[in-house]
Write a protein that binds this ligand. Structure first.
Ligand code: FE2
Length: 289
C-alpha cells in the first residue's frame, strides 16, 4: 500500500535533530508532540475495541499487579509471545464478577501486539521506532514488547516508580521505551512522570526469572531515587514520549472521569547480550528493519 494513503507519522523518516538527541542524552526522555496523525490514533483505538469484543473476561486469569511486584503468575510470564488481557486490580467485585463493562475494566493488553496483530504490526512500522532507536544509539533495534495501556477512568491503577531496564535487561543496558498517547494525558488522568537526568543514576533493581512461573527482584543499589525531582509529562493525543531504559518514571492513578489510553513499545539493541533469566522469553529472533 502506498505510504501516503496510510495514517502514519507527521514527518517522513522522523529524523531527530541534534538538539533533540542532546535533550535525550541530558534528560533521559524526549517528547515528540503531534508525532502521528489523529487517524492512526483512531486506527489503534478501533482495533483494540475489536480485539476486546472477541475477548471473554471469564477466561481472564490475571489482574495486573504493578511493576514493583515479583510475579508467580504463569499467565503473565507467558504473555511475552502472546496477546493477553489484564484487568485493573479493582475491576472485579467481591462476587468475582466485573463491576463494569469489560472495555472499562481492562488494565492492559500485551505483550506481542506488534508481532501478532497485523494492524498493530503495521502501525508499529509507521511509528518508525526503529529509525528513532538507531538515531538514539541502538545498532540493531529489536521491538521486544508492546502494550496497550488503558488507565481507566476512576479505577486506573498507578504504575510505581521504575526503570524499564529492570524488566528488559541487556548487557550493556539498551532498552528504549516509546509511549504513544492515544488520549490527552494529563496530571488528572495519570500522565507519565519522570526524573530528569535520572538515567545517569544506574540500574537499581533487576527482575530475574527463577522458574517457569516465578520471578524475583534483585536489588542492585538500595539508594532511593530523589523522588521530589519527579516532573509530570502531560502530552496531547498523538504525541510520542521516548524514554531511556534507565530513566526512573511512573504514572499516577486515574481519579478523573477521562480515559488515558496509550500504546507502549520497548526496543532493545539486538547486538547486546540478552540473559536467559529475563522474564520475557523466548527472545524473538527476527530483527526489525
Ligand atoms: Fe516503564
Amino acid at each position: 500500500m502506498p505510504r501516503k494513503t496510510e495514517p502514519g507519522v507527521q514527518t517522513q523518516n522522523s529524523p531527530l535533530t541534534q538538539t533533540q538527541r542532546a535533550q535525550f542524552d541530558r534528560d533521559g526522555f524526549l517528547v515528540l508532540e503531534n508525532y502521528v496523525r489523529p487517524e492512526l490514533v483512531g486506527t489503534l483505538r478501533d482495533r483494540m475495541a475489536a480485539l476486546l469484543a472477541g475477548f471473554e473476561p471469564e477466561e481472564q486469569q490475571s489482574a495486573f499487579i504493578g511493576n514493583n511486584e515479583a510475579s508467580d503468575d504463569g499467565y503473565f510470564l507467558e504473555s511475552g509471545s502472546e496477546i493477553r488481557y489484564f484487568l485493573e486490580p479493582d475491576a472485579r467485585g467481591p462476587d468475582g464478577k466485573l463491576r463494569r463493562a469489560k472495555d472499562l475494566s481492562m488494565n492492559k493488553v500485551g505483550h506481542a501486539l506488534h508481532r501478532l496483530d497485523p494492524i498493530f504490526e503495521r502501525a508499529t512500522e509507521l511509528l518508525e521506532v526503529c529509525t528513532l532507536a538507531r538515531q538514539l544509539g541502538q545498532r540493531e533495534p529489536l521491538p521486544l514488547q508492546s502494550m496497550y495501556l488503558f488507565k481507566q477512568p476512576r479505577i486506573g491503577a498507578p504504575v510505581a516508580l521504575h526503570q524499564d531496564a529492570t524488566f528488559l535487561y541487556t548487557e550493556p543496558a539498551s532498552v528504549i521505551g516509546f509511549w504513544l498517547a492515544l488520549d490527552d494525558a494529563t496530571e488528572e488522568n495519570g500522565c507519565l512522570w519522570a526524573l530528569p537526568g535520572g538515567h545517569e543514576l544506574g540500574l537499581k533493581r533487576r527482575m530475574r526469572r527463577v522458574g517457569a512461573v516465578e520471578t524475583r527482584m534483585e536489588i542492585l543499589d538500595p539508594a532511593p531515587f530523589p523522588e521530589a525531582e519527579l516532573r509530570p509529562l502531560p502530552v496531547a493525543s498523538g504525541s510520542l514520549v521516548v524514554l531511556h531504559g534507565l530513566l526512573p518514571h511512573l504514572s499516577q492513578p486515574n481519579r478523573s472521569s477521562q480515559p488515558r489510553h496509550a500504546y507502549s513499545l520497548h526496543l532493545i539493541d539486538g547486538a547486546t547480550h540478552y540473559p536467559q533469566d529475563n522474564w520475557l522469553q523466548p527472545l524473538p529472533q527476527e530483527k526489525a528493519s
